[in-house]
Design a protein around this ligand. Structure first.
Ligand SMILES: C[S@@+](CC[C@H](N)C(=O)[O-])C[C@H]1O[C@@H](n2cnc3c(N)ncnc32)[C@H](O)[C@@H]1O
Length: 306
């Protein structure tokens, strides 16, 4: 199993340098993401929450009785809170996240708000094929809740692998999943490059973690936050562009970053209903229902097994 140090050294040794977006999220990174979700220009959270709220009765009906809700990458649990009260005798809520301290903190207030449901937060990295940190009982009504268009952070082949894993390993019966939609480029760019610089701070949190956790001495001001729309791949790419020659020294190794060289830190794929359908079909799922907002900015789907 690769550690933060191993993954960073592999990513910075590549010709096209890259670091996984999962490393944005320590406690501070999760707080920064929370701040992003409150920005006017960041339409995905606001829009998806409205879709969930407007359709919570139908969503609860799709989820069914005695559900065990598992949310990989649960973040602040605010979206599940929208429909939890509408469910018929929910059994358990299991939030999973790489940002373990953060979800442990969030679950304290959540437990007070929903005292009737068992909540068991667990630190878990879903990008690795690790053993699950809890027991699965395949006879239960296991529902995966995967909002936030986190699916869009995967390259297509990894998204298919992940969706297959939800079936084979998590024994999911259904998935309620959010997927961001293709739209005009300025709306997309401003969502990922806000004027207040919150997203820039979030992007640079990866460098800050390399400093604090791996002992490097990176000057965060010598990198510029970039959000670019890749038309061909229909995705926003976040990158960190080096303003000068930078030498990153980690654990006795040097990684030379040339002036204007970019470190690719995140992909956020955008879908059409058709392209999303094709994606989930490849993984053995079918769309049984789609909910949209009036402006067709975002989509939420219920997936069932083919
Ligand atoms: C885009 S945010 C979505 C948060 C929340 N589900 C929502 O919809 O508002 C992605 C979440 O996934 C978590 N995450 C990212 N990569 C992960 C990984 N490999 N394993 C587990 N959690 C991960 C992050 O910590 C973060 O909470």
């Amino acid at each position: 199993m690769k550690s933060f140090l191993q993954e960073v050294s592999i990513g910075l040794s590549k010709k096209n340098k890259e670091l996984s977006s999962k490393w944005f999220y320590d406690f501070r990174g999760s707080k920064l993401f929370e701040k992003i979700t409150k920005l006017k220009t960041y339409y995905p959270t606001r829009t998806e929450r409205k879709i969930l709220k407007d359709n919570k009765i139908e969503i609860a009906y799709k989820i069914g009785r005695k559900a065990v809700i598992i949310e990989p990458g649960a973040g602040d649990f605010k979206k599940v809170a929208i429909f939890l009260d509408s469910l018929d005798k929910p059994k358990k809520y299991i939030p999973l996240d790489i940002s373990e301290d953060y979800i442990n903190k969030i679950s304290q207030s959540f437990k007070k708000k929903f005292p009737k449901i068992a909540i068991t937060p667990k630190g878990y990295d879903f990008s690795r094929n690790n053993k699950l940190p809890f027991k699965i009982n395949s006879s239960e009504n296991i529902i995966i809740f995967f909002p936030g268009s986190t699916i869009g952070n995967f390259e297509e082949k990894d998204a298919v692998k992940f969706l297959k894993m939800l079936k084979s390993k998590f024994k999911a019966k259904k998935i309620i999943i959010g997927a961001d939609l293709v739209k005009d480029i300025p709306t997309l760019i401003t969502a990922y490059d806000d004027k207040k610089g919150v997203t820039a701070k979030f992007n640079k949190n990866i460098l800050r973690r390399i400093n604090t956790e791996l002992g490097a001495d990176i000057n965060l001001n010598s990198y510029k936050h970039l959000a670019i729309y890749n038309k061909q791949k229909k995705r926003i790419e976040m990158r960190l562009k080096s303003k000068k020659i930078n030498n990153i020294r980690i654990n006795g190794s040097n990684y030379l970053i040339k002036k204007n060289e970019e470190i690719h830190t995140e992909n956020s794929h955008k879908y059409t209903i058709k392209s999303f359908k094709n994606l989930v079909n490849k993984a053995g799922w079918k769309i049984s229902k789609t909910w949209l907002d009036d402006n067709k900015l975002f989509s939420v789907h219920c997936l069932s097994l083919i």
